[in-house]
Design a protein. Structure first.
Length: 315
């Protein structure tokens, strides 16, 4: 907000003197080593000699440019909304704050000025920016190349494209994490955006693939139960699968993005992984008809800043 922009320096000074208001002259305003001072003291007097209404014309131009800038932003934002492609299925809450994907063909149908602006808006939403040369290079690459990528200034964001989508994501450096699982109760990770709820009760439904119900009898002697980030070499036997598989392969085939895989907790006992939330459960802890006590697990988004925590069961 710049409420004094429409008024000249002389008008502002006169108002302060008339009403007895203190004001301060910044010495830097007269320091010609600053570009703004040279414009104010050298360029503006010349423009006023050419056009006595130069100040008014510049103010009017700034107002018009601002209004048109807002209009173009709204058009670009509407284009992004129409082209957005959901990521990570039911686990979309994991990365809603750090990545977006858009239908490439829909975005490419935007006029070039809106296409460039749309990608700049997406980058700004994730706390980064694309400068003019990067925006131009991105527009040219997306038009001419099947695949490619552009890294934003500072190396904190990357825009990648293939034949189907344009993917904007923040480059996250998430350190390995590990903590005990609260049973019964909630385990909340506000930093990673999720909540894991665990409680014990008798099984009440037939077990299905990737069920979130674990046979506690089978877990006796293998506790305590905890969660951590995935590690190289982790193995799991998904329900209905004969033999063990690498967790990294299971996560890769699940369709989760790189950022989502980094944030997803792996629930473990002392033997190893037993559950990849929203992805699969290990065969060795699946409930059977003889299961007496089950561990029910729910995985969903966390809501911070005083809002109530909600959990949504993932199957």
């Amino acid at each position: 907000m710049r409420p004094l922009l429409p008024f000249t320096r002389a008008e502002t000074r006169a108002y302060c003197i008339e009403h007895g208001l203190w004001f301060h002259d910044d010495p830097a305003n007269c320091d010609l080593s600053f570009s703004r001072a040279r414009v104010r003291l050298r360029v503006m007097p010349e423009l006023r000699d050419i056009n006595g209404a130069a100040d008014l014309a510049i103010t009017r131009l700034a107002q018009l440019a601002g209004e048109e800038d807002e209009f173009l932003d709204s058009m670009a934002a509407a284009g992004l909304e129409r082209a957005e492609v959901p990521l990570n299925g039911d686990l979309s809450f994991l990365t809603g704050d750090c990545e977006f994907a858009f239908d490439r063909q829909l975005l490419m149908h935007l006029p070039p000025v809106l296409f460039r602006r749309a990608l700049r808006l997406a980058a700004a939403t994730l706390g980064s920016e694309l400068d003019f040369s990067q925006s131009q290079k991105l527009a040219q690459g997306a038009r001419d190349e099947e695949k490619g990528s552009i890294t934003a200034e500072g190396g904190e964001l990357v825009v990648e494209w293939d034949m189907g989508t344009i993917h904007v994501r923040r480059l996250e450096n998430i350190p390995p994490f590990r903590s005990n699982l609260t049973i019964p109760g909630e385990t909340i990770s506000d930093d990673l955006g999720w909540c894991l709820t665990a409680y014990e009760q008798a099984p009440d439904a037939e077990v299905r693939r990737a069920s979130l119900e674990i046979d506690l009898d089978k877990l006796k002697g293998t506790g305590p139960y905890y969660f951590r980030s995935a590690k190289p070499g982790d193995m799991i036997q998904p329900l209905g699968f004969h033999g063990r598989r690498k967790v990294a392969d299971v996560l890769s085939e699940s369709g989760l993005t790189v950022n989502a895989r980094k944030r997803l907790p792996v629930v473990c006992d002392m033997i190893g992984p037993v559950w990849l939330p929203g992805v699969c459960l290990d065969e060795r802890v699946r409930p059977t008809a003889n299961t007496q006590i089950g561990l029910h697990l729910k995985f969903g988004p966390s809501f911070i800043n005083g809002a109530a925590t909600e959990t949504a069961q993932m199957r």
